[in-house]
Ligand binder design. Structure first.
Ligand code: JEH
Length: 397
């Protein structure tokens, strides 16, 4: 990903040389270029601000240096002549920058950031820029900062860590996608008993010391609910109000969805085989395989507030054209048990052309929960599946 940032404090953004984002830059995953706005002034004082028309406190950033700096960024396209960047302008009055924004922006090939200072930038710069690229004014939250630099640090980190290869351990991202809607549970490491020096011996909760994985999962879920209720009751409301499929945004997947679909697969497989560590590594596909499959299947994706929460794919059987294949039916673990899977299955069936006489799907022979859902929906096992340990199920259309 190409990222440009224009600022009067290039040193502020030097922090992006460090840690994971710094490594991603050295590895060429992120091509980050920081520009000093004062390099685009022409007076001996390198002036970037002036007093506001109409009066009022503080100073306003002048349009001229911004025009020249942004022109320099646009002209530095290295002959790629692809689309212009999305220009992100941090401002206290912008749309809220959220994890959903980060996910969306992580798909863009080129982002540019304009860091304002003082009271902000002459409004005509927004007009000028909007005629040349997509411009979004974004805010980190409802508090007042002194300029856009800290916001750019936060946004580049939030977006950059979603790029393939930046967070080395793909499982971290998988687990995050698994978190949906609730705060995290408390975590502990050794020693099991810790002397705080205040006369108190603090112990790790008993349940975590045993090997009862179901009990641990229950305890963690309970902790997440309690914490969310105490600290972020608004989130609890959001999670509880996702009703059925009708509340979700529905689209046909494009290659831009492949990475998220791969993550969703992993999250669902973890849920299915939690006690068998790493078993899921085999059946879940990587993003490239998912992207390749998009050409052979019509894949439908469902989002809640930008987050991918479910998917199913369908096609005519390449060798039995009157059979309608339904595959990779997935619902994120935290929304399972609400009937969304059943609704997805009905939708997948409804997409079949009229001449289809059989619906077909395939699942793990040991997936009791899924087999029960399919059985209830009228499917019967028709034989062993192609993949080891899987079964095929069919139902007359
Ligand atoms: C702040 C870019 C460029 C200070 C005050 C005013 C508020 C009412 N979440 C965020 N907070 N602040 C910024 C941001 C982001 N992203 C941010 C910036 C710049 C981003 C200059 N400043 C400083 C600044 C004017 N006041 C804004 N108003 C809502 C409390 C009162 C007026 C503008 C710019």
């Amino acid at each position: 990903m190409r990222i440009d940032a224009v600022t009067i404090f290039p040193g502020y953004l030097a922090a992006l040389d460090l840690s994971l984002i710094g490594r991603a830059r050295r590895e060429g995953i992120i091509d980050l270029r920081v520009h000093d706005l004062r390099d685009f002034t022409h007076d001996r004082h390198r002036t970037v601000d002036d007093t506001p028309y109409g009066g009022g406190a503080g100073m306003v950033m002048k349009a001229q240096p911004w025009r020249e700096a942004l022109t320099h960024v646009l002209d530095s396209d290295d002959g790629r002549s692809g689309p212009a960047p999305v220009l992100l302008v941090p401002g206290p009055g912008g749309e809220r920058f959220t994890q959903a924004s980060a996910r969306e922006l992580a798909k863009a090939p080129w982002l540019a950031f304009a860091c304002g200072r003082y009271e902000g930038i002459d409004e005509r710069v927004y007009e000028w820029a909007t005629e040349r690229m997509e411009v979004r004014v974004v805010s980190l939250g409802d508090y007042v900062l002194n300029g856009g630099e800290v916001a750019v640090l936060a946004m580049v980190e939030a977006i950059g860590r979603l790029l393939p290869g930046v967070v080395g351990n793909a499982e971290s991202l998988v687990e995050e996608s698994h978190e949906g809607g609730l705060l995290e549970y408390p975590i502990y490491t050794k020693p099991a008993t810790w002397d705080g020096g205040d006369g108190v011996e603090r112990v790790v909760p008993e349940v975590l010391l045993g090997g009862n994985h179901a009990a641990i999962a229950d305890w963690r879920h309970q902790q997440r609910l309690e914490r969310t209720a105490a600290r972020r009751p608004d989130l609890l409301h959001d999670a509880a109000t996702t009703g059925g499929l009708a509340d979700l945004d529905h689209a046909v997947a494009t290659p831009a969805d492949a990475a998220e679909l791969a993550v969703l697969q992993k999250a669902c497989w973890i849920e299915m085989v939690a006690p068998v560590e790493n078993w899921w590594g085999a059946p879940a596909e990587d993003a490239d395989t998912v992207a390749a499959d998009l050409e052979h299947w019509s894949t439908h994706v469902f989002r809640s507030g930008g987050r991918l929460v479910g998917s199913v794919r369908v096609r005519r059987d390449p060798t039995e054209p009157r059979t309608w294949q339904i595959g990779r039916l997935m619902v994120v673990p935290d929304l399972q048990g609400r009937g969304l899977g059943r609704e997805l299955l009905a939708l997948a069936e409804s997409l079949a052309p009229p001449d289809v006489d059989t619906y077909w799907l395939n699942t793990g022979a040991d997936q009791q929960r899924l087999l029960r859902i399919y059985r209830k929906a009228g499917y019967r096992i028709s034989g062993e599946g192609e993949g080891p340990g899987t079964v095929d199920l069919t139902r007359r259309a």
